[in-house]
Design a binder for this molecule. Structure first.
Ligand code: F6P
Length: 343
């Protein structure tokens, strides 16, 4: 019998979301199942907002950035009666299953709805931050790293022309994956990540060491989630309790510190949402497509409470609970690769 699958995208958007949507719709349609868009993440289920989603709607969206069904950082568990509204809308729209495409927040909600109410949900891991356990990589990450690497390359040429220190602030929340990968690929001279304490004396020493061997410019990549010594955070948080990291301005603060310590002219570039915009890389399109097909398959097999994941080169399934239990941060050996080229 034909069934109806709801699809939602939640949290920060990222390149590749549309490729997942297309894959779920195409695979489900081939089985004679219908898909429905749940608009703007969990907000769509709280407010009962849906749109039909068939092969015609997903035609041509593979290379498009963003998400054609909208997203939000709505947390139904933080809204009065939010969870009840989600369950009621699911029933009213006569959905048989839900594919939730998101990061730790969106999938954390999916995991709770599955364990507490048996909601038939499967997850797909997306985030430029690459910080989800249970999968080697999330889609969106490769595109973000490519964008940051290109930016660092461009910053290199102007840094060299002006003999400047250039600080580049990248996203990644509490994980330094984007900073480490783009810093290695772009040949950064210092990389600072939230997993390691920032020591200003060390940053200064690396830059001076480099200048001491005749290099008159330096590139410093800092992840937005770094804690800087002697600075206090503003208390702003989102519905999931996350600090609004971009507003802390760690790049600017680091730039000021470097300039006052070394006397070297310093400029700061905050890459911001450019990292999340635009068309996905081929690698992200492929990973997102494979994840979408896996999610459709999990739904068809009735394997709920699971998430599509990449292990090595294989797409497998892991439990949502396992995938959202803890953040995947950068291990020491990855940082050591980057550190070899400091100074
Ligand atoms: O999780 C993705 C991400 O881009 C983080 O790297 C960043 O901290 C956050 O989202 C920014 O969120 P917003 O788009 O709400 O400013």
């Amino acid at each position: 019998m034909a069934k109806t699958i709801g699809i939602l995208t939640g949290g920060g958007d990222c390149p590749g979301l549309n490729a997942v949507i297309r894959a779920v719709v195409r695979a489900s349609d081939a089985q004679g199942w219908d898909c429905v868009a749940v608009l703007e993440g969990w907000r769509g289920l709280v407010e009962g907002r849906f749109e039909d989603l068939g092969p015609k709607e997903v035609s041509g969206i593979l290379p498009r950035g963003g998400t054609i069904i909208g997203t939000s950082r709505t947390n139904p568990y933080k809204l009065d009666g939010g969870v009840e509204k989600v369950l009621q809308s699911f029933k009213d729209r006569e959905l048989d299953a839900l594919v939730a495409i998101g990061g730790e927040d969106t999938l954390g909600v999916a995991s709770k709805l599955f364990s507490e109410f048996d909601l038939p949900v499967v997850g797909v891991p997306k985030t430029i931050d690459n910080d989800l356990s249970g999968t080697d990589y999330t889609f969106g990450f490769d595109t973000a790293v490519a964008i940051c690497t290109e930016a660092i390359d461009r910053i290199h040429t102007t840094a060299e022309s002006h003999n400047r220190v250039m600080v580049v602030e990248v996203m990644g929340r509490h994980a330094g994956w984007i900073a480490v990968h783009s810093g290695i690929a772009g040949g950064a001279d210092v990389i600072l990540i939230p997993e390691r304490p920032v020591v200003f004396d060390e940053v200064e020493a690396e830059i001076r060491r480099r200048h001491g061997r005749g290099k008159n410019f330096s590139i410093v990549v800092i992840s937005e989630g770094c804690e800087l010594p002697g600075t206090e955070d503003k208390g702003e948080v989102d519905q999931f309790g996350h600090k609004l990291l971009a507003k802390r301005g760690v790049g600017e603060q680091l730039g000021d510190e470097i300039e006052s310590r070394t006397g070297f002219e310093t400029r700061v570039t905050v890459l911001g949402h450019v990292q999340r915009g635009g068309s996905p890389t081929a690698r992200d399109r492929i990973l997102a497509t494979r994840f979408g097909l896996k999610a459709a398959d999990l739904v068809q097999q009735g394997q709920f409470g699971q998430m599509a994941a990449l292990r090595g080169d294989d797409v497998v399934s892991v439990s949502l609970q396992e995938a959202t239990a803890e953040l995947k941060t950068v291990p020491a050996d990855w940082y050591d690769v980057a550190r070899t080229f400091f100074g």
